[in-house]
Write a protein that binds this ligand. Structure first.
Ligand SMILES: Nc1ncnc2c1ncn2[C@@H]1O[C@H](COP(=O)(O)OP(=O)(O)OP(=O)(O)O)[C@@H](O)[C@H]1O
Length: 240
């Protein structure tokens, strides 16, 4: 019923970058991941999706329904748009991810599911807007058929409306039964769609709080760093 990360630590050749991270996520649920820059959020995403670079050493457990998470069960929509193949058309790239997962994809649905026009299939990455490219990255992750999706900073660089559309799409993915981890500095939008939010700082988990704690007027965030992060968001009126 759930994806669990227990006592996850990661070391790169230069030394440890992450320690003691745990989180739990049910199907149909979104867990948000936020924190300072360089805190280790993308490393967590890569570790969960089995996409750590060569030389990285992982300890801890990542399980789905109690068994070690298998290859391909968790799909990553990576942070960097450079993850797209610059020489392949969008349709080819989505199809490629599906085939690697042993599936065939209905390109028409794959594009429609992420709100892309059908004409996007024939475009190369350099012909896409930032918002379209983010949607293509999500489409490649979804084309794998994975029930668990990790979206690493899917709204970075997007205008307010486009960012809102991406967050709505992630909420729809969860509503359709997938488990979704969303990494974002946009704590306000994250709190709107996530059930819980894990806050990271300097390679360490600071606090896991229910999203409702961010919206509350009382002091329900335990850690001063979490409160400072929330108060740094534009327009928040949290008092502590
Ligand atoms: N391939 C790598 N080799 C060595 N160190 C790495 C590698 N990838 C990440 N790191 C280090 O791990 C730490 C965490 O990086 P990470 O990209 O996870 O941060 P982040 O929280 O996602 O930051 P941001 O919000 O800026 O994207 C950083 O100190 C970074 O330098």
């Amino acid at each position: 019923m759930s994806l669990r990360v227990e006592a996850l630590s990661v070391s790169m050749p230069g030394g440890p970058v992450l320690s003691g991270v745990s989180l739990a996520l049910n199907r149909g649920e979104i867990v948000g991941l936020t924190g300072s820059s360089g805190a280790g959020k993308s490393v967590i995403a890569d570790a969960i999706a089995g996409a750590l670079p060569a030389g990285a050493v992982l300890s801890g457990r990542i399980t789905i329904d109690g068994a070690a998470a298998g290859h391909g069960s968790i799909a990553l929509a990576p942070q960097l748009l450079g993850a797209l193949d610059p020489l392949a058309r969008v349709g080819t790239q989505i199809d490629r991810f599906a085939r690697l997962a042993g599936r065939r994809v209905d390109l028409h649905s794959a594009l429609a599911d992420v709100g892309l026009p059908q004409g996007a299939a024939r475009k190369f990455p350099h012909e896409l807007s930032g918002g379209m490219a983010r949607r293509v990255l999500l489409a490649t992750a979804l084309a794998t058929g994975a029930e668990w999706i990790v979206a690493d900073e899917p709204t970075v660089g997007l205008d307010d409306e486009a960012a809102g559309r991406i967050m709505s799409l992630l909420a729809e993915l969860a509503a359709s039964g997938r488990g979704v981890i969303v990494i974002s500095h946009d704590l306000i939008r994250l709190a709107e769609i996530a059930s819980h939010i894990l806050i990271m700082h300097d390679g360490q988990p600071v606090e896991t709080a229910p999203a409702s704690a961010f919206m509350a007027t009382e002091q329900r965030l335990h850690h001063a760093f979490s409160r400072a992060l929330w108060q740094a968001q534009p327009g928040t009126r949290f008092t502590c």
